[in-house]
Write a protein that binds this ligand. Sequence first.
Ligand code: NAD
Ligand code: UDP
Length: 320
Amino acid sequence: MTAYSYDRERILVTGGAGFLGSHLCKKLLERGHFVLCLDNYFTGQKRNIFDLMDDRHFELIRHDLVNPIFMEVDQIYNLACPASPIHYQYNPVKTTKTSVMGAIHMLGLAKRVKAKILQASTSEIYGDPAVHPQPESYWGNVNTIGIRACYDEGKRCAETLFFDYYRQNKVNIRVVRIFNTYGPNMHPNDGRVISNFIIQALKDEAITIFGDGSQTRSFCFVDDLIEGMVNMMDAPDDFTGPVNLGNPVEHKISELAEQVIRLTGSKSRLEFHPAPKDDPQRRQPDISLAREKLGWEPKIDLEKGLGRTIKYFRDLLSQK
Ligand code: NAD
Ligand code: UDP
């Protein structure tokens, strides 16, 4: 039985007009749910959810999550928060407020209506990791006063709030730590490495490598990630996480640049820039827990995922 006497489970997706949120809304509609998509459009875009607007089981709410909101729902996916370094560093105080106040408001809502709630946490809570690859048991290495701290510490505090509401108020929580994810609907100006490299390559512009390009990331295609998130929401109630979700195949940033040039057939050259402050040097998820508890692992390799993402950006650029 649902909290509201409708025949469909009502699911709130905060940050639903963003990159991951838009894919999640689509997936939840396909699964037969009623989806409430909440966003303040800071980094989200209407074009990401345009195709969903005509669905009578889809509803949009323009709202800023630093303010409370009251509604009746059965599940909450809490994704609202700018995720790319240039976006979360644009207004760092607001970034921390969104993570912390947003978590408090959504946990309060979940407590009141007895909804299941999932937090989109991040590999950034591991900071510049001293343990490699990163298991969930690693407590991280974050510079609390650095320029990434507004995001990292905001997300760490949100995890703390989730576990305190779980212990103190028996809220039914789930926490996923998402590693670098990419795919269609990424914001073209978000400055993340995959969107930057693809757009630069498609325009035959210089590919901007920060540092010497030897730093690593592990890139997960969005369809895989969304499947992992939904599996986590569906998992037995005694599995709260945190659980890592990401693709365990690690790549150097310089290798990624070469691969994007090859796949786009671009004439672009590499251009080296100073590394940003506190840029993590290595990142690779240990996904043993997700394999064991969720039966989940990514299926789409980087070559295939990049192909689909390149097609998305090629179409987008041709519309302008
Ligand atoms: P995104 O920036 O595309 O989406 C975030 C959405 O939240 C946007 O639509 C934005 O407008 C909205 N938002 C921001 N502040 C808000 C506020 N105060 N009130 C209401 N809405 C607000 O980013 P994304 O990549 O889709 O990330 C979604 C979530 O997943 C974020 O919480 C992010 O921290 C987490 N995450 C993403 C990645 C990744 O690689 N994409 C990795 C780790 C964690
Ligand atoms: N990066 C780069 N060139 C760019 C954008 C990013 O070399 O044009 C590097 C960045 O310094 C980092 C990695 O790519 O080492 C991933 O950056 P991104 O902003 O995508 O994500 P995050 O640092 O949050 O993992």
